[in-house]
Design a protein around this ligand. Structure first.
Ligand SMILES: Cc1cc2nc3c(=O)[nH]c(=O)nc-3n(C[C@H](O)[C@H](O)[C@H](O)COP(=O)(O)OP(=O)(O)OC[C@H]3O[C@@H](n4cnc5c(N)ncnc54)[C@H](O)[C@@H]3O)c2cc1C
Length: 460
């Protein structure tokens, strides 16, 4: 257990409340974010107006949140605060939108009071700010930030590949962060009030750049030193592949059922040409690791072009879904939509390995019946596991009695669970974002406690 969670737990026990995992992360994040702000109390800012102090507070907090955007996406699994990739990515996105707004308003909030004095005074200040040479870094960072946030919000509408977008997003934000640091350390209030304060900003800037350099230059070398081998690519449904790789004995790679990795099948172990996929096998299958991958686009449609025996670079494992979360539950439901079957299969195989006697139900949905993968294995588990049943759900009408026609919804979950004691069940779900959002609402209405619902989305 990490030091951070132990401290939080003690705090929680003392004041008799229990923090959920996500609340702990949010609390830890907010504590970290407020550190430079707390450091401002050591500065002599007595001659500042209330409005200027308010602006300083917002700017200092926003700037720290900007630096924290880097560890949020740096896959720092050894730091418990930054190890939950799903939480990190969703907060990285939301915080990014807030930062865009704060950056946008930053000059407006500074100049607005001058316009309130008089229009001429406001215009004079505006012109002198725009034309001052020392403001150039700030102006470029401001324009750059707004453009970069907009390209992130509308990335699906841009006609560029995900990889191109991801690389330019990283490069642009590193440049904006350096320019913003130059700006705050040269014209920001803290540069004026006390130069020593700037050491904090430069240390944060260097730490952020170091994380990027580690991910793009050092980590690829580490991954290259422990390549996996591709041993099989097989089509397992009309739209899905099963890809199997084998770990190098010296790699020390291990994982828990339900986790995911970034796979890179290129010649180079670095760059942005890597894709996240959930592991479908269980620990007992090691050294082999398998994936169920849906043919969806540029990369996933050409998996049969890979060469058996070639190197595959694996970054991971990551992800917080695991069987320990349901250790105390009386029963388990696994809900999979499309390619979401991969981590559910991993959990199911893990449960089968232990011959788990609890009621275990798999609800597996697809648009078409020919998209259901590995049915021989799943049906065999219905016979060999003590209490396991699968319910297939299909959008398209079929003549198979064992398939429920429609989408995975509250009705089918209720039918499958068929019990009053819903609080005893743990639910794992994986699939596309709209399915996860919809099912979270259904599970809530079925009175399954939030803490018993664990999910993985197939997109960031
Ligand atoms: C945590 C996680 C686990 C996943 N597990 C599985 C799985 O087990 N099986 C499966 O079939 N799919 C899984 N996916 C989805 C899979 O990563 C994408 O379908 C795949 O990367 C699409 O690549 P493409 O080039 O073929 O498709 P494209 O048509 O290029 O992209 C389709 C969409 O996939 C996303 N995407 C594309 N490239 C990347 C990338 N390099 N990194 C992140 N997202 C990308 C983008 O949102 C894009 O809009 C998972 C995704 C995540 C986030």
């Amino acid at each position: 257990m990490s030091t951070q969670s132990t401290v939080l737990e003690k705090f929680g026990n003392r004041f008799s409340f229990k923090l959920s995992k996500k609340s702990k992360l949010a609390f830890g994040y907010l504590c970290l974010m407020s550190l430079p702000f707390l450091a401002t109390f050591s500065l002599d800012m007595a001659d500042k107006t209330t409005y200027a102090t308010l602006l300083t507070t917002v700017n200092v907090l926003a700037m720290m949140a900007f630096y924290l955007q880097f560890p949020l996406v740096s896959r720092l699994k050894t730091f418990s605060l930054f190890a939950n990739i799903d939480w990190n990515v969703s907060h990285h996105k939301n915080i990014g939108k807030w930062l865009g707004l704060i950056f946008l308003l930053h000059p407006v909030l500074i100049i607005a009071p001058r316009f309130m004095v008089s229009f001429n005074d406001g215009m004079h200040s505006l012109i002198s700010i725009i034309t001052a040479p020392q403001m150039l870094t700030g102006i470029i960072a401001w324009v750059g930030m707004i453009i970069w946030i907009l390209t992130a919000i509308f990335k699906d509408k841009l006609k560029v590949s995900y990889e191109t977008w991801r690389f330019s997003h990283m490069l642009g934000l590193v440049a904006i962060m350096i320019l913003a640091t130059l700006h705050i350390t040269s014209v920001g209030s803290h540069g004026q009030f006390q130069e020593k304060f700037n050491i904090i900003w430069w240390a944060l800037c260097i730490a952020s750049v170091t994380m990027v350099l580690y991910n793009y230059f050092i980590k690829p070398r580490i991954l290259k030193s422990r390549p996996f081998k591709l041993i099989d690519v097989a089509q397992v449904s009309s739209t899905d592949w099963q890809v199997t790789i084998e770990k190098n004995d010296a790699s020390g790679f291990d994982f828990e059922a339900g986790q995911f990795v970034w796979l890179n099948t290129n010649k180079s172990s670095g760059g942005v040409k890597e894709h996240p996929f959930s592991i479908a096998s269980c620990q007992g299958d090691l050294p082999k690791v398998s994936f169920i991958i849906r043919n969806l686009g540029d990369y996933t449609s050409k998996l049969d072009m890979l060469n058996i025996g070639q190197n595959v670079y694996v970054d991971g494992p990551y992800g917080s879904i695991n069987l320990a979360e349901s250790a105390k539950s009386k029963a388990i439901v696994l809900i999979a939509g499309g390619a979401g079957i991969a981590p559910m299969l991993s959990l199911l195989r893990g449960l089968a390995e232990k011959n788990d006697p609890r009621p275990i139900r798999l609800i597996y949905g697809n648009n078409h019946s020919d998209q259901m993968v590995l049915q021989d294995e799943i049906k065999a588990l219905e016979k060999t596991m003590p209490n396991f049943k699968q319910q297939m759900v299909c959008n398209e009408a079929t003549n198979q009695d064992d398939i429920y026609q429609g989408v995975i919804d509250k009705d089918i979950i209720e039918k499958v669970i068929n019990t009053e004691a819903t609080h005893d069940w743990t639910v794992y779900l994986c699939g596309p974002k709209p399915m996860i959002t919809g099912l979270n609402k259904s599970l809530k209405s079925l009175k399954i406690p939030k803490a018993h619902i664990h999910f993985e989305q197939l997109s960031f």
